[in-house]
Design a protein around this ligand. Structure first.
Ligand code: PGA
Length: 263
């Protein structure tokens, strides 16, 4: 497979805040007030992946200015699954997307590529855009197995996703060793991984789809790394944890990523 598949040239950069298990409804509202006060002028898309309880109040507050999404869901549409949540519930609360297969879900809640695949298929069927997270561990990178790991995660995680549905999916490349550690992957590492992902997509689907796929980078994105990473070829956006919790820091990242070309 060729290693040169690049992202399409014109695409607005996508900033996804992943708040994880942070912010009560009151804190979420306060964040938005402060973020709006930062007066960021941008052509980028800004999405917030928030705790379930924040979805509806956030949607009511921001309307269509920002998209609101969830960080997980169950693969069934309803039923006896105490403590779980279904795609339809998220949609009705105002979510338009859902993060699936985050490495914290894989690590702490034993999610596998095959369980993630069921959720991906369900999300697409229900009309929620999945952001599918993939990424290698430190050991896997040391053993030069990064591409193999990414390929397996994509092959299994996106199994049976049709050529018509794949365009509603977003991929987040998040090397596990970079998440929440302050260790950002270098631009070179990110570019190589994103190219590898596009090549895998070209093999699975077709070149046009591979080129147009939105691929985010996540892992300790901060004001220190945002500008260089946002300019890196093939990087279409960020998935941001820690640095998205503070309105001024998040606004700074958006500003630093403005005027980026993706190729
Ligand atoms: P981080 O988290 O920015 O704190 O590394 C990213 C993520 O887990 O999505």
């Amino acid at each position: 497979m060729p290693r040169t598949t690049r992202a399409a040239k014109t695409k607005s950069f996508l900033q996804v805040a992943n708040w994880k298990m942070n912010k009560t409804i009151r804190e979420a509202k306060q964040f938005i007030e402060q973020f709006v006060n930062e007066k960021v002028v941008t052509k980028q898309q800004i999405w917030f992946a928030v705790p379930f309880t924040d979805i509806s109040p956030m949607k009511q507050l921001v309307g269509d200015v920002y998209q609101i999404g969830a960080q997980n869901m169950h693969e069934a549409s309803s039923g006896a699954y105490t403590g779980e949540i279904a795609a339809e519930m998220l949609l009705e609360a105002g979510a338009s997307f859902v993060i699936l297969g985050h490495s914290e879900r894989r690590k702490y809640f034993h999610e596998t590529d095959s369980s993630i695949n069921k959720k991906v298929l369900r999300a697409i069927e229900a009309g929620l855009k999945p952001i599918v997270c993939i990424g290698e561990s430190f050991e896997e990178r040391e053993e030069e197995r990064t591409e193999e790991v990414l390929k397996n995660q994509l092959l299994e995680g996106l199994k049976d996703v049709s050529v018509n549905s794949i365009s509603s999916c977003i991929i987040a490349y998040e090397p596990i060793w970079a998440i929440g550690t302050g260790k950002t992957a270098t631009s070179d590492m990110v570019v190589k991984a994103h190219e590898a992902i596009r090549s895998i997509f070209e093999g699975l689907y077709e070149k046009k789809i591979a080129e147009e796929m939105t691929i985010l980078y996540g892992g300790s994105v901060s004001p220190a790394s945002a500008e260089e990473l946002s300019k890196s070829p093939g990087v279409n956006g960020f998935l941001i944890g820690t640095a998205s919790l503070d309105p001024a820091t998040f606004a700074k990242i958006v500003t630093l990523s403005e005027n980026t070309t993706v190729e």
